[in-house]
Design a protein around this ligand. Structure first.
Ligand SMILES: Cc1cc2nc3c(=O)[nH]c(=O)nc-3n(C[C@H](O)[C@H](O)[C@H](O)COP(=O)(O)OP(=O)(O)OC[C@H]3O[C@@H](n4cnc5c(N)ncnc54)[C@H](O)[C@@H]3O)c2cc1C
Length: 435
């Protein structure tokens, strides 16, 4: 089987343009404390440049205004965007809007696309994805939010939290149980709930590690809003706001999360590379205990280990992207689960080493590393915690194995020796008689 992650020279030119643009035009913005209005003003001309390059909302197919690049190319683009949390918004593919746009592109009908997808793609509105509940996170089959049909409407009641951008979104995509008696993965359905619909109460933006001490990790995570706790009390939405058929919720969620995880992993690699560059630069400059840190074997080990882990994560992610491009999202499920936990771990560990080598300076807000560290910590939880992805990988792998007969390991040497003696008895006898 051939593997091919190569791209055309014209695409490489686009990537080269992106590298320069992110480095020279976007990264410097991080150092300014821009409020939402100033950020919008400062980034408008940058967004125009991205559109002129044909790189706006590249995650979508061409008929919806995207580039139709496929996952390998998108992955390479996200590796560049991941270096700065502001970059995805300036390229029209900021989470959670990009995932919601992909979801609407997949599951919405023409009228719904016109109403919600088009303005989302044009950057005129913001969206949120409201699935996790205080009592149901890693196991979404425990969702308790209900949507009950009432004539031409559904009535939604429930309690969600960690709805990113929930307090600034113009519409929320809410996952609710429509048939509690259906099989676990056919119970839930997604609805578009416009912000301001009576009964939608944003209780608070939950303060997290991402907001500590006024120095936000969001510049590295790229999230303008908070993670909102929201109650839905007798919220009436027209049946026309249902995405797909009743019971399609899990299927749509899976399709939304697959490509999103590849983009996350490639963005984490961009972020890891930035931390890695800081690690190496510090190793060359800091003199202590008789030499620069670069001469200490322990630091050399960190550098070599980080380089090996980042290379492994990159190849694993590109392979998952390639499989998705060539065989489709469901064929790549195991590869995607692998990179989700492995990539999050690599990001965490590389940032941790880069922070450590800077000592107190690394821990301070004079460097971006402390915020990158807080951003990295969340990656091991959102989009499914590490343990769930590890479990899913192990289960899939174990499907290919059977318990050996009688519980004796297949490789048990005495048993194999006995079988080999029986199989080669003639030969062994001949050898013995020749002796
Ligand atoms: C920064 C951030 C942004 C988020 N944005 C959104 C959003 O926009 N929309 C949304 O709907 N949700 C969002 N979430 C929620 C996120 O998807 C959930 O936090 C995640 O699915 C885990 O659910 P939980 O927090 O309820 O953890 P729980 O389900 O309580 O799990 C807690 C821990 O239990 C362990 N665990 C769970 N299952 C297993 C298992 N099978 N085997 C072994 N150990 C296990 C893991 O260590 C896990 O971390 C966000 C979360 C964060 C941190």
């Amino acid at each position: 089987m051939a593997w091919d992650f190569s791209t055309e020279p014209e695409f490489e030119e686009k990537l080269e343009w992106m590298r320069g643009f992110v480095r020279d035009e976007i990264v410097p913005l991080e150092t300014l404390d821009l409020d939402a209005a100033a950020f919008a003003r400062a980034t408008r001309p940058l967004k125009d440049e991205v559109k002129a390059q044909g790189l706006w909302a590249a995650h979508l197919p061409p008929e919806l205004g995207g580039g139709g690049f496929g996952q390998v190319k998108l992955g390479l683009m996200h590796e560049i965007l991941g270096q700065c949390g502001y970059a995805p918004a300036i390229f029209g593919n900021n989470a959670p809007d990009s995932g919601n746009a992909e979801l609407l592109a997949l599951g919405a009908n023409d009228e719904q696309k016109k109403k919600w997808l088009e303005p989302l793609l044009a950057g005129q509105v913001r969206s949120a994805f409201s699935m996790t509940e205080p009592g149901a996170g890693a196991d979404p089959t425990l969702l308790a939010t209900r949507a009950v049909r009432d004539g031409d409407h559904y009535v939604i009641n429930g309690h969600k939290w960690f709805t990113s951008n929930g307090s600034v979104a113009d519409f929320l995509i809410v996952m609710a149980v429509t048939d509690p008696d259906a099989p676990a993965r056919k119970r839930a359905t997604m609805f578009v709930v416009p912000a301001g619909t009576p009964g939608v109460d944003v209780l608070r933006d939950i303060e997290t590690m991402g907001d500590i001490g006024g120095h936000s990790a969001s510049k590295h995570g790229g999230r303008p809003g908070g993670h909102s706790e929201i109650t839905y009390t007798d919220v009436r939405v027209p049946a026309a706001n249902r995405i797909g058929a009743e019971g399609d919720g899990f299927l749509l969620a899976q399709q939304r999360l697959g490509p999103g995880r590849i983009h996350h992993c490639m963005r984490w690699l961009g972020q890891s590379k930035r931390a890695f560059d800081m690690l190496c630069e510090r190793a060359k400059s800091r003199y202590t205990h008789g030499s620069v840190l670069a001469d200490k074997q322990m630091i050399q080990d960190w550098i070599a280990t980080s380089a090996a882990e980042m290379t492994a994560a990159r190849l694993m992610t590109l392979q998952a992207a390639w499989k998705m491009d060539t065989e489709g999202a469901s064929a790549a499920r195991q590869e995607i689960a692998l990179i989700k936990f492995y990539g999050a771990g690599v990001l965490h560990d590389v940032v941790d080493r880069a922070l450590q080598i800077h000592g107190a300076l690394g821990y301070s807000t004079d460097l971006p590393l402390e915020a990158m560290y807080r951003f990295a910590r969340a990656a091991r939880i959102y989009d499914g915690p590490d343990e769930v992805h590890r479990q899913s990988v192990a289960r899939r792998i174990l499907r290919g194995y059977e318990a050996p007969a009688g519980g004796v390991p297949t490789e048990h040497v005495p048993t194999r020796r006995e079988a080999a003696r029986a199989r080669f008895a003639d030969l062994l006898e001949a050898v013995t008689s020749n002796d």
